[in-house]
Design a protein around this ligand. Structure first.
Ligand code: ATP
Length: 380
């Protein structure tokens, strides 16, 4: 098994910096999800790794091979796109066979009429048919081999595209939003299938999505990208609980993480709207970020006005507004809580260990609270 190593890749389109010195390693057998908003450069990076787009600078290696200068066909990388890219006039079986035919047969052997009379060709075709059947069986497609793509559902088409990708045992898999054309239920089912295929095949996989739940549920590590740069690469848990950049904190998590402006005085006491919070940090302005599930109603705390509710079945979202700063806050509550009335004044609090602090540049700063003091904040 081979790893994939992207080193300092940059790419400009005129004045647009699509990729700005991007480096990313995908270990052998690892599944890395690349997630970021539209236009952040995800597809450009994938296209460069696949060899269908060139970089202005940087290099790419697969295992010990430097593939930067190699053509797409020479890289042994399989790519699955959101639009499947199946040949509509070929059967499922022939679609899956395409990469094997391209690799194992000469141009003349691929020609249907000449092909029949060439020595050794029947064996080559039989070997291809066996590999196609194995790939199709592993994806539950064996009953559909004679159909054309137009006679398949979206999920089945995507499975054909996956079968075509795994049939040639690539060193690395690239998947660019492969589930985005599927409906919600099928997306959840197919993402489990993709993870399962990855486990079986074991090739280094780079998976692009703008859907954070896909990234968090499927990947070994998640790379968060914005404006042509990778901001953080971590385990899904660390991306969620331990973001190092405020752009990562706000991109990951739904509803969005709450942001509260604050200031640490010369002694390091963090004040929210001029009132001591009980938090400690290096002096200067800070933003306190707290996930909705880590805020709760209390008898004293940050004074807010309740604005409304959203019932989500398993929880209740309380929308509130911080009176002093006018910042909007969202609290995730148990679903059967007694609800404050809209317009009512409420107090919100949180535990120090759940507060993430960021400096003015959006970089994470350390909380200086002593663990013994970090259980409960008075926010008085
Ligand atoms: P999406 O999620 O919408 O597919 P993305 O993260 O994949 O977005 P890219 O398609 O990689 O983003 O585009 C990155 C930036 O480069 C965008 O600003 C885009 O407009 C620009 N860009 C991409 N390809 C070209 C091109 N061929 N010519 C000019 N600009 C381009």
């Amino acid at each position: 098994m081979q790893g994939l190593s992207i080193k300092s890749i940059s790419r400009h389109f005129g004045a647009v910096r699509a990729l700005d010195n991007v480096s990313l390693d995908v270990a052998a057998g690892e599944f890395v999800a690349l997630v970021g908003p539209s236009g952040c450069g995800k597809s450009t990076l994938m296209r460069i790794v696949a060899g269908i787009e060139t970089a202005d600078a940087g290099s790419l290696s697969i295992g010990s091979r430097d593939v930067t200068a190699l053509r797409a066909a020479e890289r042994n990388v399989a790519m699955v796109f959101q639009n499947y890219a199946l040949y509509p006039h070929l059967t499922v079986s022939d679609n899956i066979a395409v990469p094997l035919a391209m690799r194992r047969l000469s141009a003349v052997e691929r020609f249907p009429l000449f092909g029949r009379v060439m020595p050794g060709l029947a064996q080559k075709r039989a070997a291809i048919a066996i590999d196609v059947l194995k790939a199709a069986q592993s994806l539950g497609l064996d009953a559909l081999l004679d159909r054309k793509p137009g006679q398949l559902s979206g999920g089945q088409r995507q499975r054909v595209a996956l079968a075509r990708a795994i049939v040639r045992h690539p060193d690395a898999f690239l998947m660019d939003e492969p589930l985005s054309n599927l409906d919600a239920a099928l997306r959840v089912q197919t993402r489990r299938e993709i993870v399962e295929i990855h486990r079986r095949v074991g090739a280094a996989t780079l998976y692009v999505t703008h859907d954070q739940s896909e990234a968090l549920t499927m990947a070994d590590r998640v790379a968060v990208m914005q404006a042509g740069q990778i901001l953080q690469v971590s385990s899904p848990e660390a991306i969620y609980h331990d973001p190092q950049d405020i752009r990562v904190a706000t991109f990951i998590g739904s509803p969005r993480i709450n942001l509260i402006s604050a200031e640490a005085d010369a002694a390091g006491h963090v004040h929210i709207a001029g009132r001591p919070s009980g938090l400690h940090a290096a002096p200067g302005p800070v933003t306190i970020a707290i996930r909705p599930e880590n805020l709760r109603l209390a008898s004293s705390g940050i004074t807010c006005v309740a604005e409304g509710f959203e019932f989500l079945g398993d929880s209740l979202l309380l929308h509130a507004r911080h009176m002093a700063s006018d910042e909007a806050l969202v609290v995730r509550l148990p679903p059967n809580m007694p609800r404050p009335h809209a317009g009512e004044a409420i107090q919100l609090t949180f535990e120090a260990e759940h507060a993430l602090l960021f400096d003015q540049n959006g970089k994470r700063v350390a909380l200086r609270n002593h663990p013994a003091h970090s259980q409960e904040l008075t926010l008085a």
